[in-house]
Design a protein around this ligand. Structure first.
Ligand code: ATP
Ligand code: MG
Length: 361
């Protein structure tokens, strides 16, 4: 099967580029024919395979200027087990100068020229969900979502899933979630194992069994322009990405012989309920009426006084609503927030809200 996989998450620094390069190389090592596309103007994948983005003449910008020619655009980086289409900062012009002719299907239509030549096409997306990433989500068969092991890992996941759902409804009805990939897993910290447990509890088989461990060699490899498999072939990072590649290959063999599994994977995208039920339910009113935690002593206070009482928070000084996280208890799937409403620079009301991640009803 020829499969286009976008590696996406609008959260920055979660391991999209690292996973794109290393998964592409691992698949190549396992004798799959692979094309990696850098679709991020930051061009980290391009420098990560040892190229200088500034020097690139024929970049992934060609997809959006109707000038894509496989024989010119596709290159083979030294020592890589995959073909590559690089990027550079000029790609940002697609997001900035929203030309009237730019549309969601430009990447898809260009890739139709090469899809038959590759078993896997991996697209490294940027952390912003502009036209570039939407093109990737329109062109792909499935999405790998890297989830970094950290306390805030799940924030933004709902937005991503809602975006994928709306793409499914509009420009790409067949889009599926290939899997959630846990990255930078640190067995020395309890957050890592708790995050994994929570993700499996809520997303079940959508979570890859393979976990990418936090590993200094993985971080070092791009500065040598090498994948982890070339840089540290015997290390844990190589093992992780080879395991991921095998899991992906096996999953796709199973899926093509067992449509039930495919159904299971896409279950989350086909819920009939409203978007809000898709993944995160906002139980906004559960605590509002009761106001069981009493913050009425805050009414009438000014902004600087709030900081003194509740501690500093990164709220916009001009905003009429401020938000504080109030959860004393540690939970990745349930978070309590306190909203403070200002009028004439003083607090006039507050609301307690619980965000609870829930896999629909
Ligand atoms: N398993 C890992 N162990 C240690 N460091 C890692 C690991 N995975 C990624 N990193 C490091 O974390 C940083 C962010 O990774 P990466 O660039 O892959 O994220 P990204 O999601 O592509 O970021 P962006 O959103 O900016 O495109 C990099 O410095 C990378 O080397
Ligand atoms: Mg990146």
């Amino acid at each position: 099967m020829n499969k286009i996989i976008a590696i996406a998450n609008q959260k920055g620094g979660v391991g999209k580029t690292t996973s794109s390069i290393n998964l592409a190389d691992a698949l190549g090592l396992l004798e799959k024919k692979v094309l990696l596309i850098d679709l991020d103007p930051q061009a980290n994948a391009t420098s990560g395979v040892g190229l200088v983005p500034y020097d690139i003449k024929h970049s992934s910008l060609s997809f959006f200027t109707n000038t894509f020619k496989p024989e010119i655009n596709i290159i083979k980086p030294d020592l890589a087990h995959f073909d590559f289409i690089p990027s550079n900062i000029r790609l940002a012009s697609i997001e900035i100068n929203k030309s009237k002719s730019a549309h969601l299907f430009m990447l898809k239509s260009s890739l139709s020229k090469v899809i038959d030549n590759y078993e896997y096409i991996i697209i490294d997306c940027s952390p912003s969900f502009g036209l570039l990433t939407l093109n990737a989500l329109t062109a792909c068969h499935s999405v790998i979502i890297p989830v970094q092991c950290e306390f805030y890992a799940l924030e933004g996941l709902s937005k991503l899933l809602v975006t994928i759902k709306s793409i499914k409804k509009s420009s790409n009805p067949d889009i599926d979630i290939e899997g959630l990939l846990i990255t930078m897993y640190d067995s020395k910290t309890s957050i890592s194992s708790r995050l994994r447990t929570e993700l499996i509890k809520h997303f079940e088989s959508m979570v890859f069994n393979t976990v990418i461990k936090r590993n200094v060699k993985i971080r070092e490899a791009p500065s040598y322009g090498l994948s982890i498999i070339k840089y540290n072939p015997d290390g844990v990072g190589s093992q992780n990405y080879l395991n991921l590649a095998s899991e992906l290959i096996n999953k796709n063999i199973e899926e093509s012989t067992n449509s039930e599994i495919e159904k299971d994977l896409s279950e989350i995208l086909t819920l009939d309920s409203e978007d809000v039920d898709l993944i995160i339910r906002d139980h906004t009113n559960t605590n509002t009426d009761k106001k069981d935690e009493d913050y009425s002593h805050l009414i009438g206070l000014k902004r600087e006084e709030i900081n003194e009482v509740l501690g500093f928070s990164y709220n916009d000084i001009h905003s009429s609503v401020w938000m504080y996280r109030t959860s004393a208890s540690f939970s990745l799937m349930k978070k309590n927030y306190l909203y403070l409403y200002f009028e004439n620079e003083k607090i006039v009301d507050y609301k307690l809200t619980t965000f609870k991640i829930n896999k629909g009803q």
